[in-house]
Each structure stands twice: as structure tokens, then as C-alpha cells.
Design a protein around this ligand. Structure first.
Ligand code: NAD
Length: 264
């Protein structure tokens, strides 16, 4: 368990879900981990549990990125994991509309501030922090939603597509600068984390809802955050030294086919 020995890794949105699983796997592989989140209480608790250092970081805030850069000037791995769908709540009444006809500009921008701006600021910080050594790995958590349209989550899908493309821009920029700083994106779908709670609820129909949500997934189950973390470990390690600008799906086979497959 030493694939990330001597590496310093920063994970955004690491308090829970996929970010917490990545931070845990990185620690298990020997990395020093800076676990960041806006949820300081849960973030500190998770960091204490796995032996990471907690730092508050709202990824949408340029000032908070600058504070983190001053505190942790050197970095080998950055995972831009923090992300929101826009359906987190709590809401006063109905959740906001996120379809392209009814979404408000404010709700659209709020999702982009975290997902798109946050990833831009993170990549910028990482390139600067990795430049002295000339090596590093930036891992951007996009989504299946960054590769296909999602009618009821327009801002989320557009922001995840922006992350996919920015990953390739960063990869080419770094390679062009003669830097061995790699940048790749991971595209998960249907990973069981607290992000799904508002959609699953705690009613008697929870199990049925869960089954319905993965009915179209070829592997007929939700993925586990640890399965995404295993992919992040590989991309963070030197085993992936020749991988940059790549997009890796981890979705139980969803994007391997088409909903309109003849014969099912
Ligand atoms: N769970 C899935 O099925 C799934 C599928 C595709 C992509 N993803 C992506 O994976 C990433 C993690 O998702 P998850 O399911 O673990 O979500 P989650 O909601 O369980 O966890 C997200 C974490 O990000 C933090 N966060 C929110 N806004 C932040 C901000 N402005 N700055 C810093 N931290 C912030 C939250 O406090 C939370 O700890 C997200 O980018 C998400 O879009 C998840």
C-alpha cells in the first residue's frame, strides 16, 4: 500500500461521499492528504478518522484558494471533486427548476460557480503549486452528465461538460510547457453517496425508487464510492505517467450502449 508514498494530495469536497472515499484510499496508499470542504464539522471528523489535515475551502472562492495556496504551497496531486447538482436544498417549497426552459439565471450560475469556476480555480492553483517540481496529477471529477444531455439538470450537465473539456485544455497546456503535470477526468454515474438522498427519500418506497434508478444501468446496481476512489488512486500514481487528457467512465456500463438499443 505505498503507491502514493511521498506524495502530497489535496481533495476538494472531501468531507463525505466520493471525496471522502478518495481521501481514505490516498491515505491507505501512503499519501499525505489535505482534506478540504465547506462543511468544516464533517470535514474535520473525516480528516481525523483517516489521519488527514483538514482545511476549509469553498472551491468557488478565489480568496479561499489563495489562502490554501499560502498554507500548502507544494502539491503532487489535486482532486477537483467538490460538486453540486443544484438540488441539494433545503428549499422553501419546491426544488428549483433546472430544465433549459425554466431554470433561473441565478440557479444556473450557482451550479457553475462551484462546478466550473471551482475546477478552473483548482487547476490553476495546482499548475502553480506543481510547477517547481514539474510533475503532478490533476484529477477532475466530471460525470456521465458531462457526456450526454440531462433535460432536468441543465446547469449540472453543462458544467460537467465544461470540466471534461477544461481537463483536456489543462493537459495540453502542461504538456506544451514541458511539464509532466497530467490532467484527466473521471466520469461516474449512479454512485451511492449522500448526493442521492434528496431523490431517494426515507419513505416506504425507497427500495423501489433505488431499483428504478438503476433499472437502465446494464450492471443493475449503484456503484460504490470506493470503486471511484480506486480509479483516482491509479490516476494519481506514477503507474499512469503516460495518461493525460483522458476521460474515464465508471458507470456500470451505461455509456457503453444506447437506451434505444434494438432488442434491449
Ligand atoms: N454520486 C454520483 O452518482 C455522482 C455521479 C457523477 C458525478 N458525481 C460527482 O462526484 C463528486 C462528488 O459527489 P458525491 O456524490 O460524493 O456528492 P456529495 O454531495 O455526497 O458530496 C459533495 C461534497 O462536496 C462538498 N461541497 C459542496 N459545495 C462545495 C463547495 N462550494 N466547496 C467545497 N466543497 C463543497 C459538500 O459539502 C460535500 O462534502 C461531485 O463532483 C459530483 O458531481 C457524483
Amino acid at each position: 500500500m505505498t503507491r502514493l508514498q511521498n506524495k502530497i494530495a489535496l481533495v476538494t469536497g472531501g468531507a463525505r461521499g466520493i471525496g471522502a472515499a478518495i481521501a481514505t484510499a490516498f491515505r491507505e496508499e501512503g499519501a499525505a492528504v489535505i482534506l478540504t470542504d465547506i462543511d468544516a464539522q464533517t470535514g474535520q471528523r473525516t480528516a481525523d478518522k483517516i489521519g488527514a489535515t483538514f482545511a476549509r475551502l469553498d472551491v468557488a472562492s478565489e480568496a479561499e484558494w489563495e489562502a490554501v495556496a499560502r498554507r500548502f504551497p507544494s502539491l503532487d496531486v489535486l482532486v477537483n471533486n467538490a460538486g453540486i447538482t443544484g438540488f441539494e436544498g433545503p428549499f422553501d417549497g419546491q426544488p428549483p427548476a433546472h430544465d433549459p426552459e425554466n431554470a433561473s439565471l441565478g440557479d444556473w450560475r450557482a451550479v457553475h460557480a462551484v462546478n466550473t469556476d471551482g475546477t478552473f480555480l483548482g487547476c490553476r492553483h495546482a499548475i502553480r503549486a506543481m510547477r517547481a517540481k514539474g510533475t503532478g496529477s490533476i484529477i477532475n471529477i466530471s460525470s456521465r452528465s458531462g457526456l450526454v444531455g440531462i433535460p432536468m439538470a441543465a446547469a449540472y450537465a453543462a458544467s460537467k461538460a465544461a470540466i471534461r473539456n477544461h481537463t483536456k485544455t489543462v493537459a495540453l497546456y502542461c504538456a506544451g510547457q514541458g511539464l509532466a503535470i497530467r490532467c484527466n477526468s473521471i466520469h461516474p454515474a449512479a454512485i451511492m453517496t449522500p448526493m442521492w438522498e434528496p431523490m431517494l427519500g426515507n419513505g416506504p418506497d425507497r427500495a423501489a425508487r433505488e431499483a428504478a434508478m438503476v433499472a437502465d444501468t446494464p450492471m443493475r446496481r449503484f456503484g460504490r464510492a470506493e470503486e471511484v476512489a480506486a480509479l483516482a488512486v491509479m490516476l494519481a500514481s506514477d503507474e499512469a505517467a503516460y495518461m493525460t487528457g483522458a476521460e474515464l467512465t465508471i458507470d456500470g456500463g451505461i455509456l457503453a450502449g444506447s437506451a434505444a438499443t434494438p432488442g434491449g
